[in-house]
Design a protein around this ligand. Structure first.
Ligand SMILES: [Zn+2]
Length: 204
């Protein structure tokens, strides 16, 4: 059953594949796109192409970047002996907003979730263990790994999993404090709360 002409249905179907977009939102976006001036659409198409062509994952920390390694991994002014593990690139931006963290990052691009069938191999975890060795870290031994995954069931499970991986290596593993509402996302936490959460991190 075709409610709309085929190209319209096709566009709605594609938009529905985006996260948090249901059928109604997809329809609304599709009609907005169809009514938009050609120049606006060209800009949108250009931005989509550019992001796909220019943005890669940092080979060290998996952050989204235009240059590899990313500006955090390449920076001599960051403390390469402390690694902050976050779920998503926007979590990294949230930690940076606190301005108190001077170490480097590791972006997992997700969290463990048995319900959504996301296991450790679905996360960007493979390059975490190798970079803890001084020979792979410009000769700098890693002193501490801060687990700053979200305060959700999945984030906690991910933190516990990584903690179990790292503990036998004799590296200090800490978890950021729950100074933020449980079930929230790091992206929505204000700078003061983020600063407190980092300051009150604890061993796990
Ligand atoms: Zn990096």
């Amino acid at each position: 059953m075709l409610e709309y002409a085929e190209p319209v249905t096709k566009l709605i179907d594609e938009l529905r594949r985006l996260p948090s977009i249901g059928h109604k939102s997809a329809q609304r976006l599709a009609f907005h796109i169809m009514r938009a001036p050609e120049a606006d659409l060209e800009r949108l198409i250009g931005a989509l192409r550019e992001v796909k062509q220019k943005i890669v994952l940092c080979s060290v920390c998996n952050n989204l970047t235009e240059v590899n390694p990313c500006r955090f991994c390449a920076s001599p002014s960051r403390d390469h002996s402390v690694i902050c593990v976050v779920e998503e690139p926007h979590s990294l931006v949230a930690v940076e907003k606190a301005r108190s963290f001077k170490g480097v990052y590791h972006v997992l691009h997700g969290s463990l979730s048995p319900i959504r069938h996301i296991g450790p191999s679905e996360l960007q975890l493979a390059n975490l263990l190798p970079r803890l060795k001084p020979e792979n870290n410009d000769g700098v031994p890693v002193k501490e790994v801060i687990l700053a995954t979200n305060p959700t069931t999945e984030g906690e499970a991910t933190a516990n999993y990584i903690s179990r991986l790292l503990k036998p290596l004799g590296i200090r593993v800490t978890r950021i404090a729950m100074g933020m509402p449980v079930g929230s996302d790091l992206e929505y936490v204000d700078e003061v709360t983020m600063d407190k959460a980092l300051a009150n991190r604890h061993e796990i």
